[in-house]
Ligand binder design. Structure first.
Ligand code: MLT
Ligand code: MN
Ligand code: ZN
Length: 303
């Protein structure tokens, strides 16, 4: 299978439009060894033609323009996007659906909880009824598997995660299974597997199992420290409070990934405040030494 990282940034992207933090300030002025990043999304295919879009970022237009394999090939209107899978209903993962409104009905795979959010607090599905319409396909939250007919040779295992529903969601302070999911994507013919989870608040036993049983990890790289937005005077919010496990410190993502065997380890959904965006930072050196990569826009993984 081929995985294309369309957007490796967290909500807001990098640089964020209104942000003057150490990273955003320096990247705009060319004073930092790093690259800008669009907001969170990947695409997966087994034939380089029919693609499953994971999350629909507000930056989807630019992401598709940067990737010919998903652009129109046949007829006057066309796309490589054959289905969309949403792992939650966050703004950075769903707003791009509005940008797909000129197309055919969208086949969207998401949990019942995500569907509820997208027909209530952020009623995208309701709005899209007057454009392309949405065919919703409910997906499990107990680790059981399903297939998507339009995407050959892939099987998906989806499981509930402890992260956070978006601020607008009726479930923000009333968590339910399915507000957020992690996904194992398996190529049936080869048995190769990847685990995708850009929002991971806690390493529950079923998450550890997933991490240990796949060939490649694309996991939450949002924050380096729990208080990084607080110490930079950006927000009162702590990483763990908004459903993201920081990389450093006791119980952090580096410690977790050090317990995982042979998988290729890649952090994704990097917030603009995170020092790992600077390729020359000491934090980046720590990741390099631990064999952990940092996703960038346009990264392609062949599994
Ligand atoms: C998150 O994952 O917590 C989001 O990136 C927040 C947002 O989109 O504002
Ligand atoms: Mn996000
Ligand atoms: Zn910033």
């Amino acid at each position: 299978m081929k995985i294309r990282v369309l957007g490796s940034g967290a909500g807001g992207g990098f640089p964020q439009w209104n942000c003057n933090c150490h990273n955003c300030h320096r990247i705009r002025r060319g004073e930092m060894n790093g690259t800008p990043r669009t907001q969170s999304s990947i695409a997966v295919s087994t034939d380089n033609k029919n693609w499953l879009l994971f999350n629909a970022s507000p930056d989807i237009r630019a992401q598709l323009e940067a990737f010919p394999a998903m652009q129109p090939q046949n007829g006057i209107r066309d796309t490589g996007i054959k289905a969309v899978l949403l792992i939650d209903s966050q703004i950075d993962h769903t707003t791009g659906l509005l940008m797909l409104r000129e197309g055919k009905p969208l086949d969207i795979y998401c949990t019942e909880m995500v569907k509820q959010d997208l027909t209530s607090g952020f009623p995208l599905f309701t709005m899209l009824k007057d454009y392309c319409t949405v065919n919703h396909h409910a997906i499990p939250v107990d680790g059981s598997s399903f297939e998507i007919p339009a995407i050959a040779d892939l099987r998906f295992y989806t499981q509930a995660l402890k992260s956070k529903a978006p601020p607008y969601s009726p479930h923000r302070h009333d968590p339910h299974d399915g507000d957020n999911i992690g996904v194992i994507i398996e190529q049936i013919s080869t048995g190769k597997k990847v685990f995708y989870s850009p929002g991971l608040g806690e390493i529950e036993p079923h998450v550890m199992d997933a991490l240990q049983n796949v060939d490649c990890l694309l996991v939450d790289g949002t924050f380096w420290t729990d208080d990084e937005m607080v110490t930079q005077n950006i927000s009162h919010k702590h990483a763990r409070e908004i459903g993201h496990l920081p990389q450093s410190g006791a119980g952090g993502m580096i410690e977790v990934l050090n317990k995982v065997g042979n998988a290729r380890k890649i952090l994704i959904h990097i917030n603009n405040t995170n020092p790992i965006l600077d390729n020359d930072s000491p934090e980046r050196k720590i990741l390099d030494d631990a064999g952990i990569e940092v996703a960038y826009d346009g990264l392609e993984i062949d599994l």
